[in-house]
Design a protein around this ligand. Structure first.
Ligand SMILES: Cc1ncc(COP(=O)(O)O)c(C=O)c1O
Length: 453
């Protein structure tokens, strides 16, 4: 019953479609035909399917609305990619969030944002109340194009489309390139919202193990050859959740394999500004031919000012503009784009980034030491950013630890929410910038003690 409901929920079976024959489905599910008969009869009694004399069972009613949590393996909610997002986004002020994926508000450049707000308040009425141009303001695209050029990515302002966020950038690209049922490759582990978004596109998600230098290249080659994914989505710089960085050798191999199989790559560069110095970039090596760079300002400037970008071939940008008009009409909010432009042009922004990197280096070391004392070990020490991907003491299950900690108002990010293969139950992602409260370590110690093997 669950399996049929899931197929209907993810639209693999639509109204009027014939269900698998009883014999075939019994073989698929490794159960007896009588079990399938019983399940089909119950589903018919519920009204989801109906029998047609002599010709089998068919989906009866209009399928229920798309419920993303129903797609994919049936998981405990603590393992569901939406669980950490919703716990973190909806947390009351008193709740500590070492599991969330952003910096505390007082680490952000609030003075520069306030100056930008004052500047934008005095600007043209059109910026305050009109739709903006479809690509977003030229001045911000120029500024980004200059910055990308210093990293070897030659996009030019016409190769950049501003979007409402990094998430929206990936959503548009999926609309552009991925049809329901097509395969998309992600790292295992990867940022959990990649999986959530891909479910919304009804893509088939395949993972490749991630190493401290990038994807495991042997496995990458095998998986690409076997599944022929349409797209590979990754973070080359300061990968979420591991904090690892793609090596130049791995970058070269990834591009070669992708080219052999005509696979497009989305390089999500959202953590790039946290790097001590720029690492190898697929977008630069490939010249934005079959790599698309996306990013946003949510991690370094403000997640409240919603603004992201896509840098890609200009013919693809044209198609993506149409998709953005179709799905959002106005693209990036002109107010948001002007605020980003003003804040990035403010002389203090570079200093803010330097200060942030220093502060994070200290926090990373400090939190790693405190975690080690609890038997929690970083998988690697990242070069920058705010994540530590850690293994828990042997026998501890990170979902159970997260459940226990939540009862004490601490939101954690258990490993399997990041893992397509669900083999990260001993891992946990920590955000070192969100761990200033000593009680977090006490709650962790108690949660670990309460969840022995
Ligand atoms: C890798 C990655 N990409 C994208 C996002 C979302 O960015 P935005 O706020 O621009 O939608 C996040 C947020 O945590 C992220 O970690």
């Amino acid at each position: 019953m669950e399996a049929i409901r899931a197929r209907v929920a993810r639209r693999a079976l639509g109204t009027g479609d014939r269900l698998p024959s009883i014999r075939a489905f019994a073989a698929t599910m490794a159960v007896s035909p009588s079990t399938v008969v019983e399940a089909y009869d119950r589903l018919a009694a519920e009204g989801l399917i109906r029998a047609r004399q002599g010709s089998g069972f068919y989906v009866a009613s209009a399928p229920p609305p798309l419920t993303l949590a129903e797609i994919g393996p049936k998981l405990d909610r603590a393992l569901d990619p939406f669980w950490v997002s919703r716990q973190s986004l909806d947390a009351a002020a008193a709740v500590a969030k070492p599991g969330c994926g952003w910096l505390p508000a007082d680490w952000m450049p609030n003075d520069a944002i306030r100056r930008a707000l004052r500047k934008v308040a005095r600007t043209d009425a059109a910026i305050l109340s009109d739709y903006g141009a479809t690509r977003g303001p030229l001045a911000l695209r120029h500024l980004l194009a200059r910055q990308f050029a210093t990293e070897g990515v030659d996009a030019g302002p016409d190769g950049i489309l501003l979007t409402g966020s990094g998430t929206q950038a990936i959503d548009l690209i999926c609309r552009f390139l991925v049809r329901p049922g097509e395969t998309v490759l992600v790292d295992d582990p990867c940022y959990f919202n990649f999986q959530a978004l891909l479910r919304a596109h009804q893509a088939t998600i395949v993972g490749v193990p991630y190493t401290p230098n990038g994807p495991d290249i042997e496995r990458f080659a095998d998986v690409v050859a076997q599944h022929r994914p349409r797209l590979y989505i990754t973070n080359s710089a300061l990968h979420n959740p591991t904090g690892a960085t793609l090596s130049p050798q791995a970058a070269h191999r990834v591009l070669t394999i992708a080219a052999e199989h005509g696979m497009t790559i989305v390089e999500d560069d959202i953590f790039a500004d946290f790097e001590p110095e720029p690492s190898a970039r697929l977008a630069a090596l490939d010249g934005l031919s079959s790599v698309i760079r996306i990013g946003s300002f949510s991690k370094t400037l403000s997640a409240s000012i919603r603004c992201g970008y896509i840098a890609a071939r200009t013919d693809w940008i044209e198609a993506l503009i149409d998709l953005q008009v179709a799905t959002s009409f106005g693209g990036v909010s002109p107010v948001a784009a002007e605020l980003v432009l003003a804040a990035l042009s403010d002389g203090s922004y570079r200093k803010h980034l330097d200060g942030l990197r220093r502060r994070l280096n200290g926090a990373r070391r400090d939190v790693a030491d405190k975690l080690e004392r609890l038997g929690i070990s970083p998988w690697m020490m990242p070069r920058g950013g705010f994540y530590l991907w850690c293994s828990l003491p042997v026998g501890c299950d990170s979902a159970e630890v997260a459940h226990a900690a939540l009862n004490h108002d601490v939101v954690l990010a258990p490993g399997n929410v990041f893992s397509v293969s669900q083999n990260a139950s001993r891992y946990m992602r920590f955000n070192v910038a969100q761990m200033g409260e000593p009680r977090i370590f006490e709650v962790l110690a108690r949660a670990l003690a309460a969840t022995p093997d």
